[in-house]
Design a protein around this ligand. Structure first.
Ligand code: 5GP
Length: 193
C-alpha cells in the first residue's frame, strides 16, 4: 500500500536494534481511516481463500485483526500471552520469543475457539523474525484447522521471517515491506524500490 509506505516514511521512527516505532498511527494510537483501508485490503487479498476466522496475538495485532474480521464477517480470536485465572479449560499453547521484549512467552488459545473445520487468517502488526507467526501457525496446526495465510501491516524484510515462511509455502501478505532502515539517518527503503 503506497499510502502506508508514505506514512511510515514520514512518521515512523527508526530506533537502534532494528525497531521501527509507528505507535502514533498503527499500533498504539490508531489512525482509523488507515485501519479501515488496511482491513479492506486484507479482505480483498483473501476474498477467495475461504477464511472462517481471523487469529492474532495480544496486544498490538488486535486492532487490525478485528477490523479485518469485520470486513470478512467472521469471528476474531486473539492468543493471550499468559494463562490467567479466567482462561479455564483446555488450551492450545505455543512458546513465542518476543522480538521487542527479549523474553519468551507462552501464548494460549482456548480449544473451543478453533476447530478442524476452520480456515484461519493470521494477522499481526509486525513481522520480523517470524516467531510470533510461527507460534500462531503451530497453534492452528494443533487444532487441525488450516492456515489461509498471514496478513501483516509492516514486514521488516531484512530480518528474514517473512521469506522463510514463504519458502515453507505459507502465503504472507504484508501491506508494507521495509527492506532497510537506518537508525542514524532515519532513512527507510521499501521492497521493490
Ligand atoms: P517476530 O516474532 O516476527 O520476530 O516479531 C514480530 C512481533 O514483535 C510482533 O508481534 C510485534 O509486536 C513485535 N515487533 C517486531 N519488530 C517490531 C518493530 O520494529 N516495532 C514494533 N513496534 N514491534 C515489533
Amino acid at each position: 500500500m503506497k499510502y502506508l509506505e508514505e506514512k511510515i516514511r514520514a512518521e515512523g521512527v527508526v530506533l537502534p536494534g532494528h525497531v521501527l516505532k509507528v505507535g502514533h498511527f498503527a499500533n498504539h494510537q490508531i489512525d482509523i481511516a488507515l485501519l479501515r483501508e488496511m482491513a479492506r485490503e486484507l479482505a480483498r487479498l483473501y476474498a477467495d481463500a475461504g477464511v472462517t476466522k481471523v487469529l492474532t496475538i495480544e496486544a498490538s495485532g488486535i486492532a487490525l485483526a478485528a477490523a479485518a474480521a469485520l470486513e470478512m464477517n467472521v469471528p476474531m480470536v486473539f492468543a493471550k500471552k499468559n494463562a490467567t485465572a479466567n482462561v479455564s479449560g483446555e488450551v492450545y499453547r505455543a512458546q513465542v520469543a518476543s522480538f521487542t521484549h527479549k523474553r519468551v512467552y507462552d501464548v494460549i488459545v482456548p480449544k473451543e475457539y478453533l476447530s478442524a473445520d476452520d480456515c484461519v487468517l493470521i494477522v499481526d502488526d509486525f513481522l520480523a523474525q517470524g516467531n510470533a507467526l510461527n507460534g500462531l501457525i503451530d497453534i492452528v496446526g494443533e487444532s487441525g484447522a488450516s492456515v489461509a495465510g498471514c496478513g501483516i501491516i509492516i514486514e521488516k524484510g531484512f530480518q528474514g521471517g517473512g521469506d522463510a515462511l514463504r519458502a515453507k509455502g505459507i502465503r504472507v501478505e504484508s501491506l508494507a515491506i521495509v527492506e532497510s532502515m537506518d537508525a542514524d539517518t532515519g532513512v527507510i527503503t521499501f521492497r521493490g524500490e
